[in-house]
Design a protein around this ligand. Sequence first.
Ligand SMILES: NC(=O)c1ccc[n+]([C@@H]2O[C@H](COP(=O)([O-])OP(=O)(O)OC[C@H]3O[C@@H](n4cnc5c(N)ncnc54)[C@H](O)[C@@H]3O)[C@@H](O)[C@H]2O)c1
Length: 315
Amino acid sequence: MQRRERKVIVIGAGSVGTTYIYALMHTGLAGEIVLIDTDRRRVEGEIMDLSHGLPFIPPVTVRAGDYSDCADANLIVVTAGAKQASSQSRTELIQSNAKIISSIAEQIRKYDTDAVLVMVTNPVDALTQLALERLGWPRQRVIGSGTVLDSARFRYMLSQHCGIDARNVHAYVLGEHGDSEVVAWSMTHIAGAPIGERCAICKRCDWTKEHKRIADRVRDSAYHIIDYKGSTYYAIGLSLVRISGTILRNEHSVLTVSLLLQGEYNIEHVCLSVPCVVGDTGVEQIITTPLSAGEQAALKSSAQAIHRVLDSIKP
Ligand SMILES: NC(=O)c1ccc[n+]([C@@H]2O[C@H](COP(=O)([O-])OP(=O)(O)OC[C@H]3O[C@@H](n4cnc5c(N)ncnc54)[C@H](O)[C@@H]3O)[C@@H](O)[C@H]2O)c1
């Protein structure tokens, strides 16, 4: 089937799916956005509400659809499923969301598509792997939003701490999008300098204390937001726009998406986040920068944590 021009399918019309569409519509990146959800009334309502703003933004078609729309899509973004309740970890969602993602993957695989699928539903790493197994597509085309959001939180918090624009902070969170995630200090650069060198010159804080405080705040952000307002959707919506941009415009940007590792970083048979070059065919390259011994060990234990989640849904 011939591809439509920049056609994006969003499965899941909840807070994350619709916030993503709202943000994507403003960018002019997509020519057509199709929304699918088991709750048809909700889809109709969301489409009406979103479409009534079209006179104010670049032209884009936004409509309700079904799985046959996947056949000529460029990008399929899956946000369907249960979300965390207050004090619940992402991994506790696995039983209910594994069933939802399995049924969605069964529907998509009926269509011969060469789209890139981006999993967002939590626990995102285990569910990316489940979708990959059910779809049987190449690993580079089934990716998770992974720690793109966590890396953004890390960059934002460093930028606030150092008083430097977040766009001049290059930093990555690796591993699980969850409690075992790994803040990669060895890859962190501020205004071109490795963070250690920057701190040695700056000396405005006691970095040995700040180090841990920032990493803890990055890891626990979602818990705080869910505690205060029930769920998170704005920053993940913008993270998804960033991932969509590099796919739809073939930008070759480096993003910490989740994908199946096959020996990279000495890790195998598990989906987790590492820096990847992402373009219109999905992951084009995995960046294997050497980590410190502590970070490498933490990444291994993060992989083991995801394995345990996957084991819990084995028949
Ligand atoms: N990866 C991340 O960084 C990240 C960030 C925030 C939220 N999330 C996750 O995204 C997911 C969605 O969150 P939300 O706040 O939008 O939830 P929500 O409850 O607002 O929406 C979920 C939607 O999924 C739909 N749905 C359920 N089963 C379905 C199926 N089989 N097919 C199609 N649609 C179905 C529901 O009808 C509902 O509209 C959650 O799992 C949440 O934890 C991930």
